[in-house]
Design a protein. Structure first.
Length: 197
């Protein structure tokens, strides 16, 4: 079952047009990478915190957004600490966390159908050879597969923990990949059966 990342609400952020939110997300992410330094990333963090407050999202949404990336952020922190210093490593990890949370605000306050409509609206001036509908469908499926993969991973981890294999990465990753590919193949067959090019 493909789920959604949307969190129901009637906040000002929920009512903003999807295209505006997507454009704002792209702008913020670009600025965070172009204008380096603690002042800019701190401003971005404060802006994201304000958006969380305005949208009615809770601390549990922050934890749920960052939890899957904790190991990746930890690896990045250790590598950057080894290559540079702990201050720059902290900056890099904090910037990635701000980017993840900024994307979380957009996906949590925008239904997938609205997101697709916003992408299609943004592509209306694209050349005729650009596959607008396919791009919108691809983005929609990606957004829906994120919670699906997380749900499958939790199911696999609980099953392997009952077998005493929860610390075996191969025992976790192989069933996860197999089940995800099986679901992707089923979705592809459903799309093909509906004659979607």
């Amino acid at each position: 079952m493909l789920t959604d990342l949307y969190v129901f609400g009637d906040s000002p952020l929920h009512r903003i047009r999807p295209g505006v939110k997507i454009l704002a997300l792209v702008l913020v992410c670009t600025l965070l990478f172009i204008l380096e330094g603690w002042p800019m990333v701190s401003l971005g963090g404060a802006l994201v915190a304000l958006c969380f407050a305005l949208s009615g999202l809770r601390l549990r949404h922050v934890v749920a957004a960052l939890r899957p990336a904790l190991w990746i952020l930890l690896v990045i922190f250790l590598v950057q600490t080894y290559l540079t210093d702990i201050l720059f490593a902290s900056f890099v990890v904090f910037r990635f966390a701000v980017l993840i949370l900024a994307a979380t605000v957009v996906t949590a306050t925008t239904r997938t159908s609205e997101m697709v409509d916003g992408i299609l609206a943004g592509l209306r001036f694209a050349p005729s050879w650009v596959p607008k509908n396919q791009i919108a469908l691809g983005v929609s499926l990606c957004l829906r597969f994120i919670p699906l993969v997380l749900s499958v991973f939790q199911d696999v981890r609980q099953a392997q923990r009952a077998r005493g294999l929860d610390r075996n990465m191969i025992a976790l990753l192989v069933p996860l990949v197999v089940r995800t590919l099986k679901t992707a193949d089923e979705v592809a067959q459903a799309i093909h059966a509906r004659s979607f090019d």
